[in-house]
Design a protein around this ligand. Structure first.
Ligand code: 5GP
Length: 137
């Protein structure tokens, strides 16, 4: 599948759409999911234009996972949670809805996950959770 430059995450990366960011460097951006499946649901995306995990060059994937681990640590510390579900939907057949590769970090048990990309979260609450994650980085 060809990469669509107008997908939501590409627009967030270009600063055309807002996002509640928790971490950014030259290769990766982490920001809060707008429809969280649990409090603190965070997305980590490489800046590389890739639709699925399989389109992502191995070195970008390796670096992104390092940042996933860094954010997970900050979530555990900052939010005071123990378990985090790491989810990666690769391809529309798997349920991927935004065609830019991303990793979901969801502080929850897999048995208690909310529905996927259904319900808008409370933006003030999400912003407050983001501050806690950022403070623990
Ligand atoms: P996917 O289904 O592609 O694995 O996950 C896409 C995720 O992006 C969903 O969890 C959905 O809630 C989230 N999402 C969709 N649109 C936006 C948006 O405009 N901003 C943010 N921050 N998250 C979004």
């Amino acid at each position: 599948m060809a990469y669509d430059n107008q997908n939501i995450f590409a627009r967030i990366l270009r600063g055309e759409l807002p996002a509640i960011k928790v971490y950014e460097d030259d290769q990766v951006l982490a920001f809060m999911d707008i429809m969280p499946q649990a409090d603190g649901h965070t997305l980590v995306i490489p800046k590389t234009a890739a639709v699925t995990l399989l389109d992502l060059p191995a070195e970008n994937a390796a670096y992104t996972i390092q940042i996933v681990q860094k954010i997970a640590r900050a979530m555990e510390k900052g939010l005071g949670v123990e378990g985090i579900v790491l989810m990666q939907l690769s391809g529309t057949a798997a349920g991927q809805t935004v065609p830019h590769v991303h990793f979901h970090l969801i502080p929850s048990s897999v048995h208690e996950l909310g529905k996927h990309a259904i319900q808008m979260g409370d933006q003030e609450k999400i912003a407050a959770l983001a501050e806690k994650i950022k403070a623990a980085l």
